[in-house]
Design a protein around this ligand. Sequence first.
Ligand code: SDX
Length: 426
Amino acid sequence: MEKTAKIIIDGKTYELPIILGSEGEKAIDIRTLRQKTGYITYDPGYGSTGSCKSSITYMDGEKGILRHRGIPIEKLAAHSTFVETSYLVINGQLPNEDELVNIRETLNDNSLVHEDMQIFFQSFPRNSHPMGILSAMVNTMRSFYPDLDTTEEEIDKTMIRLLSKVRTMAAMSYKISRGHKVVYPRSDYSYCANFLNMMFDNPVKPYKIDSELVRALNVFWILHADHEQNCSTSAVRVVGSGRVNVYATISAGIAALWGPLHGGANQSVIHMLMDIQKNDGDITTAIKKAKDKNDPFRLMGFGHRVYKTYDPRAKIMKKLCHKLLKRLKIDDPLLHLAMKLEKVALKDEYFVDHNLYPNVDFYSGIFLRTIGIPLNMFTVMFAIGRLPGWISQWKESMDDPHWRISRPRQIYSGETKRGYIPLSKR
Ligand code: SDX
């Protein structure tokens, strides 16, 4: 294979190095393009642009492959826990027995949040969106935990605080928003069991830990752990490149995830299914609207920038929904509707021609409904799952000797030079 790419501009040939990834991905290194040719590249949305080299996650969009540090998502979903997968994503290897015990204990030791944080939660208007609260409160962590990210030890401590306290804050925010008593984490509960208990335990009806629900929540969060350079991870890398503290960096990732085209889609899917349900289950109209160029309606939970086949996470999520609904003896009409919608869409030439398949968000909302998570917290659940990925990607960028502040160029398309017209003459 060629070691360089040749481009001819104004009759002159320029050579640019070719970079090869460990899975055979190829890139043209254009770092010297402007200096050599005076030209820049143009790629709104970065569909053909690599922002970095990374060894955390590998995706093959054509084959529907997703691996974290080389381990297939299917294996992690079947055998791992969210804490173990978080360790793998951040540290590069699966933990041994001692390392696993240590991270579990350290997460539990750091699971409390400063009591004064409750004052902040109580001050938000009751109808505030939990994603806005979470982004604000993660940013506020900088004030409560100022020993940050200068030494390796501080960085490790800060990463643990984020992984453990964000989960506690999410549950605390939910309790306070409902005017209920805050439930504290317990050292005898696992990461996921603690979250469920903090969310649903109450003085009237103590919450009973269901091991299958805990297992299912582990799988849900494993499926969200990282996803290479998606919108929110790119936001984390861009904001982090200015060398701001990691809490502000993660807060930016949460904000980016909130959008309905990104992590907010899991909430939008349920709204879409409920609308179809209200419209007598009329799937045909929904499909028609989704295909209509003049209609801004999109089939939420469908399509992906990278996957041009079924999202491997959606396959696992779909099975998880079936298993859990059966276990809990719940017959959710929205699941039947979602499956019907998927069946019709995957037979429609528009969706086939556009390579539009269900993505991770299509079934995740049905799972979250089943375990009792309120609709406006669905994307918060995605954010908790994505924390190890954001943290790992941030750390990888900070450790990259070639990492510079992110500052893309542009093609100016505005007015050329003109005079200043005094107000009296306008
Ligand atoms: C996540 O990047 C990641 O890895 C994200 C994520 C992660 O784990 O971090 O996987 C999580 O964000 C999943 C995606 C959740 N979002 C949705 O489900 C929202 C619905 N999906 C679409 O808005 C869209 O598919 C995106 C945003 C996901 C991807 O957008 P792209 O890659 O910019 O594609 P596009 O909008 O340019 O669409 C290409 C074509 C267009 O048609 P043409 O103009 O070329 O004829 O496909 C059409 C679009 O109209 N299209 C859809 C569609 N998605 C794309 N048409 C109808 N319904 C859809 N859902």
